[in-house]
Design a protein around this ligand. Sequence first.
Ligand code: DON
Length: 576
Amino acid sequence: MSTSFANRLNGSILLISSMFFGLAHGVAPKALIDDGGMVASRSALATEIGAQILADGGNAIDAAVATGFALAVTYPSAGNLGGGGFMVIHLADGTVIANDHRERAPGAASKDMFLDEEGQLVKGLSTASHLAVGVPGTVAGLLDVLARYGRLDRKRVMQPAIDLAAKGFVLDRDLAAQFARRQDVFAKYPASVAVFANEGAPYKMGELFVQTDLANTLRRIQKHGKAGFYEGETADLLVAEMQRGGGLISHDDLLGYQSSWREPIRGTYRGHEIVSMPPPSSGGILLVQMLNMLEPYDIAGMGYGSAQSIHLMIEAERRAYADRAQHLGDADFYPVPIKELISKEYATKRFADFDAKRASISADIGAGEIPAESLETTHASVMDKDGNAVAYTTTLNLSYGAKMVVAGAGFLLNNEMDDFSAKENSPNAFGLIGRKANAIEPGKRMLSSMTPTIVRKDGKPLLVTGSPGGSTIITTTLQVVMNVIDHGMSLSDAVSSPRFHHQWQPDRVMHETYAFSPDTKALLEGMGHKQLIAIPAFYGGGIGDANSVMHSDQGFQGMADPRNAGAAMGPGQLGQ
Ligand code: DON
């Protein structure tokens, strides 16, 4: 990062934070528009870095990678070096490809590693222990994507993140409050306290947050590439951290980690093409499966928020999530019937028992018959002016992952092992259940719900979207996509509108308070829908965080989800 950019960046922090101060107090959010491309992410600083990369001639891939490294510094609850993620890419020539840098189970992991002698789950072992940590994939993924499709070099793309870590940035209300709330969980690990407390006391808004160890780790990666993380000093520090707490990750696990290039899941919906993440995510398959079930129905005619359209969507969700539990896992280890699950024929059969007047009962909904055949994440969306687009979702799993900073290396480790099905039919932290398809095996990737998605119209990217939110990621993405395609909403409305969620088990409907009017709720209950639970969607709460970008006649639109303190920005807004 040039000095002038660094100065401008620091100068704009005040502007950006005052913008969010306004937002938090109820100023209606609207999408930003720019002709030069667009970045939307959960962190204003990381978004601005991506926009600057676009301004400097980088493409959407450069901007997404730079934003990704920056999120590891400016949004540490989910942005990461010690976690994993997925990137779905559309190139200007029409090619689509996905990079899978999901964490993997260490070589010494075993199916029953989270069970006690009686075969019961040991509480907290898969979320809050050194055993919870999967082999991190983010660094391999971001660097592989950059090397293959970026225009700029590693030095340029990583420098802004290094500067933010080394020189620090001023904590806004959002981050200062996040750190303060978690002091007791960080207390278990001295290295975490060293990073997230200010000499033992909670950080306050307005204080400078410097991360020296993290800056040095980033510098090693900048200098040596993947070897700066998976080998040498960083690897030694990570393995030492594992040994301190009985974790399993070894030098061999780190050396053996590779990101995987995957064919995205592709489906169609009312003349649009859906391009999304394949296994080890369940996101793309479930999204396409649900859209296939809904396509025969006149959702637009029923109207946004109508009891009939909500009923249809809940029933599609119920069936798709039941299939997830049975059929989905890492396709490198288990024969996931992808082709069947995303076919229109399968959707027709699977939805044949839909009753327009009655809710079905989850306990009666098993997994669909397949013919034999062989609480934190973050999402960023980018489009550039040349026609490239990137949907990027990344995570440590729960907020701040295992809450465990690698001593001396300054980055947090994930607790992604909880996304495996540690015991058949026992819920994970998101209430999701799984079976053999998602059982723990050495080297296997745990099933995800992350759904980075690109919607194309006539071969061109129309919408880039995705979300955090564990099991609610897929239904959040579904609603943003349907809001745009079925209801013709503006990006601003599509992202802001209230959301709801059903995941088959438990048999309940979570909904943001204003998603269901009292009479709609009564209609749904009348059909037999059970446990309609209202969640307040105040600033910092609600379901999902879908930072999205859309291409329209007016230009590139960017919309940070108003539920949180993200930001959208194009190169034209820099320095404004
Ligand atoms: O990969 C997954 O599906 C989960 N580890 C995501 C976790 C998540 O979204 C938490 N955020 N709110």
